[in-house]
Design a protein around this ligand. Structure first.
Ligand SMILES: NC(=O)c1ccc[n+]([C@@H]2O[C@H](COP(=O)([O-])OP(=O)(O)OC[C@H]3O[C@@H](n4cnc5c(N)ncnc54)[C@H](O)[C@@H]3O)[C@@H](O)[C@H]2O)c1
Length: 485
């Protein structure tokens, strides 16, 4: 199949590379000429596992790049729209990029095409897309529209695309359904998985992908409702973590107990500093706006958002509780990206926490394996000092903060960290360690939803630092350890 993918960002570029990987001829389009030139030169604009390999494998053969929507539309049978749908000032999805692309597509359609929205959009967008194509000159007999929402996660985008939990095809006519079935046939029939040189998958045994065929509106709703549900799961467990912390329970064990119920499942039950990224914050808002437009007060979503914002405030209170005043304190920060394995810092809780710390007069020395360049570029005015690695960041600092769950941050040489820090304090917003790992290295360990881990000799010190009235950490929650003065 000849495919055009309009928008070469996280979703568009990964989709284009994966469509080429499963045998289609693809043109990946972006109106950012610099991005397309970089791709033409063989550069990979985002940090995503296996993406470089796929681009190298298919660029110039089954995958081409262009800045021209018209050229790509004329040369394709199926056109995927993967441009951004950011949050507008009122909380709704801003669909102006989608509409701009629709206008360009309309004027280039001269043979039968299917135009597919892959961007995350509110329910009924397919209707507007069809109308926009008609208003802008496309003949009704020459196009169909369909919805095929994307569920990939940054960090595992390529394997998520090639080994999906499900492929949702939302179409209101036979032509669109049949085109999308053909496009995904290598995954849905399983033929891709028996090819030589497939991208490896370390998850469950995989023989074929499940396709869910539905109408366009249901497909649109599936995507918004999925993201809202996942955000709700995160906020729910963060709320439970706050109770756990107050009563001296251990949220890690609580999650294990909750997640063992097959109706709930263990995934996405990680307490932390809240969700971020380019999807959940805007999609929960946009879904609530959809509900409002339908006359339904989806107050649950308001609470999901409130808990998420509150979680960052609680984390800042925890830092104050550990360090007393922040003005002039030097803090090592591990993590800038909104989650591990990506360089994406959009709506990153780590960046929000750093900005709050800087506002309070702290000095921040940060390290991230992939997101430093992007942070420098997007926040040139933010006075962050960047370090070469975690140990360089920790050197001479008053405390170490873990804000992103990169794997390498879970494997630190804690003895070395202890020797480099001025004060033996680690405040972990991602629960990457057990208390005893830290206390055995001589570090005081603050995490989320668990007691403070205190090396035996330091218990009195911690008693005196628990000064913040907003953050009640009763003595009984501290790790039982023999007191030795
Ligand atoms: N990032 C994710 O993890 C993810 C996952 C699933 C769904 N989504 C959804 O997919 C959509 C895209 O997200 P993203 O993260 O890839 O965004 P992005 O900002 O990384 O990429 C969008 C790209 O579209 C390009 N673009 C904008 N207008 C254009 C035009 N008129 N012509 C050609 N190119 C144009 C931009 O230059 C940019 O490169 C959003 O709706 C998002 O909610 C994102």
């Amino acid at each position: 199949m000849r495919i055009a993918v309009i928008g070469s960002g996280y979703v568009g570029l990964v989709s284009a590379a994966c469509f080429a990987e499963i045998g289609h001829d693809v043109i990946s389009v972006d109106n950012d000429a610099n991005k397309i030139s970089a791709l033409e030169r063989g550069e990979v604009p985002i940090h995503e596992r296996f993406l470089a390999e796929l681009l190298q494998r298919h660029h110039g053969f089954r995958l081409r790049f262009s800045t021209s929507v018209a050229h790509a539309v004329k040369a394709s049978d199926a056109i995927f729209i993967t441009v951004g749908t950011p949050q507008s000032a009122t909380g709704e999805a801003d669909l102006s990029f989608v509409e701009a692309v629709a206008q360009e597509i309309a004027s280039a359609i001269c043979t039968r095409k299917v135009v597919i929205e892959k961007s995350t959009v509110p329910v009924r967008t397919c209707e507007f897309l069809r109308k926009s194509l008609l208003f802008n000159g496309a003949k009704s007999e020459l196009f169909s529209v369909a919805s095929n929402p994307e569920f990939l996660r940054e960090g595992t985008a390529v394997t998520d695309f090639l080994y999906p939990d499900r492929i949702v095809i939302g179409a209101d006519d036979e032509f669109s359904t049949s085109m999308l079935r053909q496009i995904y046939a290598p995954l849905a029939s399983g033929s891709y998985y028996s090819c030589a040189d497939t991208i490896p998958f370390s998850g469950r045994a995989f023989t074929k992908a499940r396709a869910i065929i539905t109408n366009a509106k249901s497909a649109e709703l599936i995507k918004h409702a999925s993201n809202a549900f996942l955000a709700m799961k995160i906020s729910f467990i963060n709320a439970v973590a706050n109770i756990s912390e107050s009563v001296g329970a251990d949220i890690t064990e609580v999650c294990e107990g909750i997640g063992a119920d097959s109706r709930i499942g263990p995934r996405f039950l990680n307490a932390g500093i809240g969700y971020g990224g380019s999807c959940f914050p805007k999609d929960v808002q946009a879904f609530q706006a959809v509900a409002n437009q339908c006359g339904y007060d989806f107050a649950l979503l308001t609470e999901v958002m409130r808990i998420n914002t509150d979680q960052q405030k609680r984390f800042l209170a925890k830092i104050r509780s550990a360090l007393w005043t922040l003005r002039g304190k030097k803090l090592a920060v591990l993590g800038l990206a909104f989650k591990g394995d990506t360089d994406d810092i959009r709506e990153s809780p780590a960046i929000a926490v750093i900005q709050a710390l800087l506002k309070e007069g702290a000095h921040v020395r940060a390290y991230d394996p992939a997101a430093i360049a992007r942070t420098r570029h997007m926040h040139p005015q933010t006075a962050i000092e960047y370090a070469d690695d975690a140990y360089d960041a920790a050197t001479g600092c008053d405390a170490l903060l873990i804000l992103t769950e990169w794997n390498e941050f879970a494997k630190l040489d804690l003895g070395r960290i202890r020797s480099l820090l001025k004060y033996p304090v680690v405040i972990d917003g991602r629960n990457l360690y057990e208390n005893n790992q830290m206390t055995e290295a001589g570090l005081i360990y603050y995490s989320i939803g668990r007691s403070v881990g205190v090396p035996a000799k330091m218990l009195p010190i911690v008693n005196n630092t628990n000064l913040d009235p907003q953050l009640h950490i009763p003595d009984s929650t501290r790790e039982a350890a023999p007191v030795s003065y």
